[in-house]
Design a protein around this ligand. Structure first.
Ligand SMILES: Cc1cc2nc3c(=O)[nH]c(=O)nc-3n(C[C@H](O)[C@H](O)[C@H](O)COP(=O)(O)OP(=O)(O)OC[C@H]3O[C@@H](n4cnc5c(N)ncnc54)[C@H](O)[C@@H]3O)c2cc1C
Ligand code: SF4
Length: 332
């Protein structure tokens, strides 16, 4: 598979990058680590005339602590996140999520920004041009039908990023900049819920920072991921859990976020509330995990059946809650 022709833009400052994005709006795609976008270009699923590389922008990289929060610049690699003792000490679930992405060669190149902004996937769409040529285009390809769901009136492609569910469980925010202005929004608000176009980032915007508030008091987190093999595998279902409370295991606050359970990460508020204000028994954990099922929106468009992924949403949520609660009780 060959890459289509394109022109490379290599700004050395953020200001430069933002004005290039503005100038070529609609015709330019950003490349960070390139581990996703290059594959999409080879499949002919993304054919931008211009590619804007972030590689030479020096200050778009690094992890720092500042006034009750941690700021990760968007071009920081997953390897740096895995190796950061700051992230591992403060946000275990985020560290576990980064460690679960693909395998070391990908983690060495892949960036946190690119991970959050990866496109949703479907086994009928992420295919070669030859495969797709013989078929009518589906919603995600600009057509008017869905191959995964007969009679379906929208796209059900799956958001399979590992980092966003874990970041959302900590109420993390994203800073988006364009040449004339910037905005900071919750990462959960960066998602549209639409398979055709899963993110709300503008064509002239750059994700520059990920801002994670450091929770107060005793808290812990965990990330559990279903995959076929232990390497090079996107999540088929995942669960990120944040809990705060005391050393007796009484929960003050809880947040459960499912990954690969629809076209965006799913915040399971209703179920999280059921864990609050008590020391959850095995039965409480069991019931909370089973209750996530009603929020799972999966169809048969990944390599394992939707029925299996639904069952696994329960199992993996249960494991993540248990792991987070066990850690909450630890003396620090
Ligand atoms: C074999 C294989 C296995 C994989 N397994 C996993 C997995 O287990 N879990 C997982 O989550 N992912 C997986 N991935 C997907 C991908 O590798 C990761 O999502 C990776 O983190 C993407 O980061 P990147 O820097 O390489 O992004 P790129 O490919 O450079 O970019 C991805 C997207 O983000 C946009 N983008 C990047 N940075 C910015 C920015 N700062 N501002 C605006 N837009 C931006 C790009 O335009 C592009 O649309 C896998 C990929 C492969 C090839
Ligand atoms: S879910 Fe349907 S519309 Fe979406 S990519 Fe798959 S086949 Fe296409």
């Amino acid at each position: 598979m060959r890459l289509p022709p394109f022109e490379v833009l290599e700004p050395v400052t953020l200001k430069n990058a933002l004005s290039m994005l503005e100038k070529h709006k609609g015709k330019v795609k950003v490349i960070a680590g390139g581990t996703e976008i290059v594959g999409l270009m080879k499949l002919g699923l993304s054919v931008p005339p211009y590619i804007l590389s972030l590689r030479k922008i020096k200050n778009l990289h690094g992890i720092k602590k500042s006034e009750g929060q941690i700021i990760i610049r968007s071009n920081t690699t997953l390897r740096e996140i895995i190796e950061s003792s700051l992230i591992n000490d403060l946000f275990k679930g985020i560290s576990q999520a980064a460690n679960s992405v693909a395998a070391p060669p990908i983690q060495n190149r892949a960036t946190i920004g690119g991970n959050i902004l990866q496109n949703s996937r479907c086994m009928y769409y992420n295919q070669s041009e030859l495969f797709r040529d013989g078929l009518k285009p589906c919603y995600k390809a600009g057509g008017d039908m869905c191959r995964a769901v007969k009679g379906g009136n929208r796209c059900f492609s799956v958001y399979q990023g590992d980092m966003a569910p874990a970041l959302i469980s900590f109420n993390a925010k994203a800073k988006l900049e364009k040449s004339a202005s910037s905005r900071t929004i919750l990462i959960s608000d960066l998602f549209t819920g639409k398979g055709e176009n899963p993110h709300s980032i503008g064509e002239n915007e750059l994700l520059t920072d990920i801002i994670i508030p450091i929770p107060k008091g005793q808290y812990s987190s965990a990330y559990e991921k279903l995959r076929i093999r232990k390497s090079l595998e996107y999540p088929l279902m995942s669960s990120a859990v944040f809990v705060s409370g005391n050393m007796n295991g009484e929960v003050i606050d809880a947040r459960i976020v499912l990954g690969a359970a629809g076209s965006s990460p799913k915040i399971i508020d209703k179920v999280s509330k059921a864990l609050k204000g008590k020391k959850p028994s095995n039965k409480d954990i069991e019931e909370a995990s089973e209750a996530v099922l009603q929020f799972v929106e999966v169809v048969d468009n990944l390599p394992v059946p939707a029925s299996y992924r639904r069952k696994m949403a329960i199992i993996y949520t249960k494991r993540a809650i248990q792991k987070a609660l066990k850690d909450l009780r630890k003396d620090r």
